[in-house]
Design a binder for this molecule. Structure first.
Ligand SMILES: NC(=O)C1=CN([C@@H]2O[C@H](COP(=O)(O)OP(=O)(O)OC[C@H]3O[C@@H](n4cnc5c(N)ncnc54)[C@H](OP(=O)(O)O)[C@@H]3O)[C@@H](O)[C@H]2O)[C@@H](O)CC1
Ligand SMILES: Nc1ncnc2c1ncn2[C@@H]1O[C@H](COP(=O)(O)OP(=O)(O)O)[C@@H](O)[C@H]1O
Ligand SMILES: [K+]
Length: 524
């Protein structure tokens, strides 16, 4: 049962995949009407449990099975004593929906085709369109949706807010701005797309017992796109509350008694310039929170003592610099071989004035994380071929602007764009944002479903670069895949921000605070 919940929480489907899964259930003998009863019963129960203090509910009914679901909920709420009104202006319905409509009318539930009758409702249930919406919504439904959005009456959407594309999250003409979305069975891809976020509100999964064998028959054992979930991330970090860690005897949070600093990872950070000195400090603080064993930070010589004063434990490497305070060349102490580090993270605050450092690190044979100006240099000057030809794993962590500079072709489907970029470059691509997307060269993809807009401020990304840089130094020792480390870092970073925002408001999550909460959040 626990495993089923884990699977259901992780899985993400497209409309076509959901349709295929539904067809398998029906082919197995489950009557469609029974499925609709089951789903709608769960929706009605959810509404009664969580939104009990409403008097009048407006039920918006479309022509397909999304509308059928809504009608069954209308009937159930009517029998539970709620005041129910149905809105539906269509003249053609799927058979099952038409039957439910007939029964609802026969019960005496008021049905209207003029939306103005509904201005006094306390709440709406949106069953206009689900995953069957194909083209842009036209009038009169388009203007009805605008009217409902303007009323600011809370709306609960069934499956997906009507008007959103199930896969891309695109608005097809217009869309309901829901307060809650009750996603049915399995998470729809569109709900994780950034462009959908202003419409979906709080999301809940209504699990109606889709058999695991049907999920796996359509999606395979390891679905291509997954949500990053709490138990998965915790199991990787090892603070698992009973979920076994990948390391049998010790974990990131429970170190071996005989470990030592070199086993806990050796990271080289290359960051900062006179203009962007703070970026170096924040990146280093992110790395510190990862528990990395040895932290070396290459900065322009003139910043060396600033860094030492913030991170006395780090080895700070002062590099030759231009007269504007930009690193010209990476010079390691005692001609040390760069490949002696376990990983390199570079980019924050470097500027694009000089590119030889980036050229140097691209030639290394160890895992390389590139962020910020390292990406800009790659996009503007060096080109992607150096990346493609690298002999060790690369991780790119662009925000949308940097992503566009690197990969001109970004489509409406953000997730698909990241998958294409990862396949083309062979790198792990991590596109930052409200719903950070990570993809590897085989197309395996993860989306972070929970974050906070408290992170939308300068410096948050630097902390992530340091944290992730620190974690990837540990992949070999802890026998954790690079992808698992990357997804865990993203999860950890956003969970720290969520805790910080809860305790200090969304305005109180500056970079240094965020770095401090990285440790606090895992102590909770
Ligand atoms: N999968 C499951 O396991 C379960 C699924 N369930 C539920 O079924 C829902 C999917 O139902 P669905 O397939 O009937 O599609 P739905 O979203 O109601 O809309 C299709 C209708 O809209 C029409 N239409 C389309 N575009 C249009 C436009 N632009 N403007 C105007 N009309 C347009 C289209 O017309 P057509 O193009 O076919 O002529 C058709 O009549 C799903 O979201 C969930 O709620 C549960 O009941 C049980 C478990
Ligand atoms: N609206 C948002 N909601 C959640 N997370 C966000 C939001 N905006 C930005 N973030 C996160 O904040 C970080 C910002 O990184 P970045 O844009 O590189 O900033 P900087 O370079 O200034 O540090 C990323 O981890 C990103 O996912
Ligand atoms: K809907």
């Amino acid at each position: 049962m626990k495993n089923r919940k884990k699977l259901i929480d992780q899985v993400v489907v497209t409309a076509n995949q959901m349709r295929e899964i539904e067809n398998r259930i029906l082919a197995g003998g489950m009557p469609i009407a029974a499925l609709m009863e089951k789903v709608s019963g769960l929706i009605a129960r959810w509404i009664i449990q969580y939104i009990s203090n409403f008097k009048q509910i407006g039920i918006l009914v479309g022509p397909g099975h999304n509308g059928g679901d809504a009608l069954v909920v209308a009937r159930e709420l009517y029998f539970r004593g709620y005041e129910v009104k149905v809105y539906s202006p269509f003249n053609k319905y799927k058979d099952l929906t038409a039957q439910h409509f007939q029964y609802v009318k026969s019960l005496g539930i008021s049905c209207y085709s003029d939306i103005q009758e509904f201005s006094g409702c306390d709440i709406f249930l949106d069953g206009i369109f689900g995953f069957g919406l194909k083209t842009d919504i036209q009038n009169p439904i388009a203007s009805v949706i605008s009217t409902i959005n303007q009323w600011f009456i809370p709306v609960i959407s069934i499956d997906i807010p009507s008007g959103l594309h199930t896969d891309t999250g695109e608005v097809l003409g217009t869309a309901i701005r829901a307060r809650y979305t009750l996603c049915l069975g399995l998470w729809k891809l569109g709900l994780l797309q950034e462009q959908a976020l202003d419409y979906v509100g709080r999301t809940e999964l209504i699990d109606f017992d889709i058999p695991e064998v049907d999920i796996q028959a359509v999606l395979g054992k390891m679905p291509e796109i997954q949500r990053i979930t709490f138990p998965k991330a915790l199991s990787i970090l090892g603070s698992s509350g009973g979920i076994p860690s990948k390391c049998p005897s010790f974990s990131l949070f429970s170190r071996s008694l005989i470990t030592h600093k070199y086993k806990e990872g050796s990271l080289l950070l290359i960051c900062g310039s006179q203009r962007y000195a703070g970026a170096a400090i924040l990146t280093a603080l992110g790395a510190r929170a990862s528990g990395v064993g040895m932290l070396s930070i290459a900065v322009p010589e003139s910043l060396k003592f600033l860094l030492i004063s913030h991170l006395p434990e780090a080895i700070v490497i002062g590099c030759p610099e231009t007269n504007t305070g930009v690193i010209t060349k990476l010079v390691l102490p005692n001609n040390m071989d760069i490949n002696k580090f376990d990983a390199i993270a570079c980019g924050p605050g470097l500027t694009t004035e000089v590119n030889s450092v980036i050229y140097q690190v691209l030639e290394s044979k160890i895992p390389l994380l590139m962020d910020a100006d390292a990406l800009n240099i790659l996009a503007k000057i060096l080109g992607l071929s150096l990346l493609i030809n690298r002999q060790a794993p690369s991780i790119l962590t662009p925000h949308l602007g940097e992503f566009r500079r690197l990969f001109i072709n970004i489509s409406e489907d953000r997730i698909a764009s990241v998958q294409t970029a990862a396949k083309e470059t062979g790198a792990i691509i991590l596109l930052k944002g409200a719903r950070t997307v990570i993809s590897n060269s085989k197309g395996k993809t993860w989306v972070n479903p929970e974050s906070t807009s408290a992170l939308a401020r300068g410096g948050s990304g630097d902390i992530l670069t340091g944290l992730l840089g620190g974690l990837i130094t540990k992949v070999a020792y802890y026998n954790i895949s690079l992808e698992d480390m990357v997804t865990t870092a993203v999860w950890w970073h956003s969970q720290a921000a969520i805790l910080a925002a809860n305790e200090r408001t969304e305005l109180g999550v500056d970079g240094i605070t965020l770095a401090n909460y990285l440790t606090q959040v895992i102590c909770k």
